[in-house]
Design a binder for this molecule. Structure first.
Ligand SMILES: Cc1cc2nc3c(=O)[nH]c(=O)nc-3n(C[C@H](O)[C@H](O)[C@H](O)COP(=O)(O)OP(=O)(O)OC[C@H]3O[C@@H](n4cnc5c(N)ncnc54)[C@H](O)[C@@H]3O)c2cc1C
Length: 441
């Protein structure tokens, strides 16, 4: 019997366990730190700031994890998608080395927070496999291996036989195995961070979109003496429909889901769709990813696959299920699954959903300056579980100390990227054409 898959309702949302009670902002309040956005960046910042005794209010437009943090693949990677040599070339040796070093240990931070706060998010540190689909992909992995070994990373390149044993697919020429990495249930990780932040004293207002956000000039401050507090004049005023927050510091952490600015011209929005099967049979599960690694491939139009803790196979690929190309992507996902695992003939897709990635021109994350007392974190370019957790933590230190030196990247002036609308359309069209053609023979 075929049941209809649930479109645009993510598996992670359907299986989320510890939801948060709705708590919209009402009234006018003052706080040390206001955070806009309840994903990993904002939640990690809230948790780490609250732990230091700072008063923190976080505004989330919808529910915690509504954005990328509740929709992603759940691969907790070490480092960025961009190879480390390229990171150093782009940022300069010293700054690039610092970012590479900090993010190499990002999974340590994620898994230690999970342990420390007893976050139930099906976390499994079984590593990831970056799988080569052709000779060019294998060469790319050899280069990545050399760069990682130079930095003493514990990665290894495994051949086709071992890759087949580990993935259950004979489609690959080899894979780069990274034991530092792992998988988790993304939304449950976000919710766990939220609970930990609240326990530490942070206040999270869900269903509270920030409608405007402005720096308070001295003139406004003098006219509004009532909002001044013993810690000095506030620097920010954030308005929502039913209240406002004045704050000394601001962290803007809305990444690809930003609704605050009129445009998101600082990055290109890239859609990524995922397709989760119903739980596979015990026999089928034994053959696919028996050790539980998370996988992605070397294709230019990348795809990913992993299992969840109930034995659902989750295939992912660039593209949106919201537009006209929905059927193209669904058909592609069926062909992809059959190409990877021809023995899986009895299955159905149970959940299909799309998420939006904020891709910068060089695929590196940014911290942009917002006046003297605010910063904006964005542009994780599809690698945000570890990086956003790290950036949020370091942003909290910045909010407390004002010290910029500890931030993983230097604060830069907001610099709009060029032609982001055109680039987004190019990614969508490229993925549709690729998915139309691939795995047809
Ligand atoms: C489909 C997909 C797959 C991915 N796979 C992986 C992966 O496997 N591994 C990995 O490391 N990374 C992955 N990523 C990237 C990762 O999910 C993101 O980088 C990360 O979640 C970013 O976290 P964030 O907190 O910065 O932003 P988000 O999680 O997007 O949170 C931003 C929040 O801001 C809120 N918001 C927006 N505007 C306002 C406003 N005006 N007022 C209040 N709140 C507002 C939104 O509702 C949203 O909840 C993936 C991303 C996607 C979309």
């Amino acid at each position: 019997m075929h049941t209809m898959p649930i479109l645009n309702h993510s598996l992670w949302l359907a299986k989320a366990h510890n939801t948060l009670a709705n708590s919209p902002l009402s009234g006018d309040i003052h706080t040390d730190l206001v955070i806009i956005g309840g994903g990993y960046s904002g939640l990690s910042a809230a948790l780490h700031a609250a732990q230091q005794g700072v008063t923190v209010h976080l505004l989330e437009a919808h529910t915690v994890g509504y954005g990328g943090s509740g929709r992603n693949v759940g691969l907790v990677n070490a480092g960025l998608w961009t190879p480390p040599n390229e990171v150093e070339k782009t940022l300069g040796h010293q700054a690039g080395r610092m970012l590479n070093t900090v993010l190499a240990t990002a999974p340590d931070l994620v898994f230690s927070l999970i342990q420390q706060h007893q976050i139930e998010c099906s976390a499994q540190r079984s590593g990831t496999l970056h799988c080569a689909t052709n000779r060019a992909g294998l060469r790319q992995l050899e280069q990545r291996l050399a760069q990682q070994l130079q930095r003493n990373a514990p990665v290894s390149l495994v051949g086709p036989t071992i890759t087949e044993q580990r993935t259950g697919s004979c489609q690959f020429l080899g894979a780069l195995f990274d034991p530092r990495a792992g998988t988790l249930q993304p939304l449950n990780y976000a919710l766990g961070l939220a609970h930990a932040a609240i326990k530490a004293g942070a206040i999270i207002h869900t269903h509270s979109p920030a409608l405007s956000c402005q720096q308070i000039s001295k003139r406004i401050n003098n006219a509004n003496k009532s909002v001044n507090n013993k810690r000095g004049s506030p620097h920010w005023l954030v308005n929502t429909a039913n209240g406002s927050i004045t704050a000394n510091k601001l962290i803007h952490a809305t990444n690809a889901y930003n609704t605050l600015s009129a445009t998101n011209a600082h990055f290109t929005t890239v859609n990524y769709a995922q397709f989760a099967t119903c739980p596979l049979t015990e026999k089928q599960r034994r053959t696919i990813l028996p050790n539980g690694e998370g996988c992605w491939d070397t294709n230019q139009v990348m795809s990913s696959f992993r299992m969840d803790d109930r034995g659902r196979l989750i295939i992912g690929g660039v593209g949106s299920l919201d537009g006209k190309a929905k059927q193209v992507h669904i058909k592609w996902a069926h062909r992809k699954l059959k190409a990877l695992f021809p023995h899986i003939t009895e299955y159905e897709f149970e959940y299909l959903w799309t998420g939006q990635i904020a891709m910068t021109s060089d695929h590196l994350p940014r911290i942009a300056r917002l006046g003297s007392y605010g910063i904006r974190l964005y542009g994780y370019s599809g690698r945000g579980i570890g990086p956003a957790t790290v950036f949020g933590k370091e942003a909290a230190s910045w909010a407390i100390t004002g010290n910029e030196d500890g931030l993983p990247v230097a604060i830069t002036d907001p610099t709009p990227d060029t032609c982001t609308g055109l680039k987004a359309a190019y990614f969508d069209m490229g993925a549709t054409i690729n998915h139309c053609l691939s795995h047809r023979l």
